[in-house]
Design a protein around this ligand. Sequence first.
Ligand SMILES: [Zn+2]
Length: 281
Amino acid sequence: VPGVPVGSHFPLRRDAAEAGVHKPYMQGISGSRVGGSDSIVVSGGYVDDEDHGDVIIYTGHGGNDSATRRQIADQDIAASGNAGLIISQLEGLPVRVIRGANGDSSYAPTTGFRYDGLYRVADHWSKIGQDGFRIIQYRLEKLPDGDEPIASPVPGGPAPTRPVTVQRRIRSSAVIDRVKRAHRHRCQICHDVLEVEGGLYAEGAHIRGLGRPHEGPDVPSNVLCLCPNDHVRFDYGAIHLNNDLLIIDTKSGNHVGDLRTVGSHLIDLIHVTYHLNLWAS
Ligand SMILES: [Zn+2]
């Protein structure tokens, strides 16, 4: 927001709303599935939240008793703020983070609310939270301060009226290369090979994500060789694997295919079960 530097302090939520930093007066997530989420408030309202400073594990909204801060019902991934943060991840749109003094976190301000800069939504998943109900969670990663969003020109279109920052995730490593070679770049889900001028294209998909909070290992038994479409479907839980390595459509629960495997690349079912528990009810 122009004129609101990182570190700006607001005594009340209303002040942050009037400054345009976080517009809703009540909800923790600003935005919706149309255009994504532009800001969130981190104030310790959910027991499953974790604040590590540059990395925040943020719980979506819904199903929370504001008096006790405990979950009393499942959260809905399609609820507007929850879906908005997923759109922010899919489109690579940054999110303003405002921390409130109510948090148990050592990163929270002592009073009021503070604008703490832009974060990107790096990941999302669902799981059964501490109170026994299904919650939606997001991994937010701090973007460098002063790294102002750069306006990206739209090909053939007019100059953009609003700056946009876009993140793209490209991973390559010896582990991923090994898995892709074992499968000769053939997708383990749809069994297709994506051939482009000059070679074959595939992606390595970690079954149990790397880094907090999943802490999956970067080893071949935790990686699948997938085409880009199936990589996205798998990462975002549209499909998952059961313990027999059957491919399940998460929404319908239907068996939609069998994971293709080869003897030279073994998959560790511990990681498959971990991913399954993130998405299957
Ligand atoms: Zn595929």
